[in-house]
Design a protein around this ligand. Structure first.
Ligand code: 9D3
Length: 248
């Protein structure tokens, strides 16, 4: 079974998220296991100190290496093959492709979610992957670790309900999603597009794909460059461009 472990000074945060919705259901079904380890439990002395001043001076604190070394050794002591992932602004940027790679790994993923300015550089000798979730400044690695775990868990077969997993296909297709509507058919003068009311499944599928392509072209054109488009997609894109620029 795939398992996820986290070393953190905020274990409650992880227990809260793992106890909810898709995470909880996947664990209850026996598809995944979550282990949360308190970094302080591996610190020494009465005060269980996990941070210290930086050599060379400067602002902020640094995560001490010893508690992290002991925590990783403890988690790995059962012999389960473990990939150690450090959450860090210096890491490779996490993407859906990265999520797929981690979902394929059959062993344990162990996340080190740090606080403070960073971890003692020697901790990197324990680390297999250093990952960031994007170019913005957060307070620590806890939310990034949860983001990555969430993205990986939903790729595990059976983790999503039937309705959720069919919705998943649209993102994997490499375009943005199409617009969604529910009742009423008219609200404050705003109508649901005719094609969706037609009951004609082929027409609905065509309308949705065209809208998805149109939105992707307008908002995230770089996604279309990476995507291999079908002949039908090319035809729809041609229509979109003609509608946009006019015919004459
Ligand atoms: C503003 C302080 N920074 C430069 C002096 C360094 C810095 C250290 C620690 C900035 C952020 C953090 C805490 N962030 C993470 O640990 C982190 C993170 C992030 O901030 N953004 C995106 N992905 C990640 S993964 C870990």
């Amino acid at each position: 079974m795939k398992s996820f472990a986290v070393v953190t000074i905020f274990p409650e945060l992880f227990h809260a998220y793992f106890g909810m919705s898709i995470m909880k259901r996947a664990a209850d079904k026996g598809l995944v296991r979550f282990g949360v380890f308190n970094q302080r439990d591996f610190a020494e002395g009465r005060h269980k100190v996990v941070d210290d001043y930086p050599y060379g001076g400067g602002p902020g604190m640094v995560m001490k290496p010893e508690p992290l070394f002991r925590a990783v050794e403890h988690v790995k002591s059962d012999g389960v093959p473990t990939r150690v992932i450090l959450m860090s602004p210096q890491g490779r940027v996490f993407t859906q492709a990265e999520a797929k790679g981690l979902a394929l790994d059959s062993g344990r993923l162990l996340f080190l979610a740090g606080r403070y300015e960073g971890v003692d550089e020697r901790v990197l000798s324990l680390v297999d992957d250093e990952l960031s979730i994007g170019d913005y400044v957060l307070t620590g690695g806890e939310l990034p670790a949860l983001v990555i775990i969430d993205a990986v868990v939903r790729l595990i077969p059976g983790a999503l309900g039937d309705e959720e997993s069919s919705a998943e296909e649209s993102f994997q297709a490499g375009t943005l999603d199409f617009p969604h509507y529910t009742r009423p058919a008219e609200w404050m003068g705003m109508k649901v597009p005719e094609a969706l009311l037609s009951g004609n499944h082929a027409e609905i599928a065509r309308w949705r794909r065209k809208q998805a392509l149109k939105r992707t072209l307008a908002r995230r054109p770089e996604l279309l460059e990476k995507e291999t488009l079908s002949a039908q997609d090319m035809k729809l894109l041609k229509e979109i461009k003609e509608e946009e620029y006019g015919h004459d």
